[in-house]
Design a protein around this ligand. Structure first.
Ligand code: GAR
Length: 215
């Protein structure tokens, strides 16, 4: 089995990165993390990658005159590292359409809400304010519109009486850590087809052979 080379973009704590690192530590997992890039020099996520022996780069967005220039630097770093799949894991920068198009079908994001509800920031506080009874997380393919790409996987949690945003976030985060490696596995196995803006998941190929290898 040829494992897909994954590049993870991070900005902060890196708990989702950790979930991906832990999954990839199993040599039977169909992907390996080859590079972690942070746009913030002191992102705790970088230390997690280093502990796992994964190469890291810091590419501070403030060093670039425009979003296009920053994204071009990201793109160069990912391509130099031979990356097949990009995972956004708490990466808090909006990416330009040109960059996103270059990774179409090969870039995924984890979002802390049941999309298409609660796109953007402060999802847990907004879910509480709306009084929803179910909340959760989504892994989706990235398209130029924010938090809008075809949905790969979702997990729901109940909203409990007495929840505040932190309690709800913690319950959702447990599901993010479960869901993100699962979604990456599906993509890395070449089992994800996209039609009419929706994903369809093919059955696993026999004998661990990768179906529909990504370009
Ligand atoms: C996660 O909850 C992730 O879903 C969210 O940021 C957190 C990052 O935590 N992402 C977004 O809001 C993206 N718009 P982590 O750094 O511990 O993985």
């Amino acid at each position: 089995m040829v494992r897909k080379r994954v590049g993870v973009l991070v900005s902060g704590r890196g708990s989702n990165l950790q979930a991906l690192l832990d999954a990839c530590a199993d040599s039977a997992f169909p992907a390996e993390i080859a590079l972690v890039i942070a746009n913030v020099a002191d992102a705790p996520a970088l230390a997690r990658a280093e502990r796992a022996g994964v190469a890291t780069r810091t590419i501070p967005h403030r060093d670039f005159p425009s979003r296009e220039d920053f994204d071009a630097a990201l793109d160069r770093a990912l391509r130099e590292a031979g990356i097949d799949i990009v995972c956004l894991a708490g990466f808090m920068r909006i990416l330009t359409p040109g960059f996103v198009e270059g990774w179409r079908g090969r870039m995924i994001n984890v979002h802390p809400a049941l999309l298409p509800a609660f796109k953007g920031l402060d999802t847990h506080a907004r879910a509480l304010a709306e009084g929803v009874k179910l909340h959760g997380c989504t892994v989706h393919l990235v398209v130029p519109d924010l938090d809008a790409g075809p949905i790969l996987a979702q997990a729901a949690v109940p909203v409990l009486d007495g929840d505040d945003a932190d309690a709800l976030a913690a319950r959702v985060l447990i599901q993010e850590h479960r869901l993100y490696p699962l979604a990456l596995k599906l993509l890395a196995e070449g089992r994800v087809r996209i039609g009419n803006g929706r994903t369809h998941i093919d059955a696993p190929a026999p004998d661990g052979v990768l179906a529909n290898p990504q370009p």
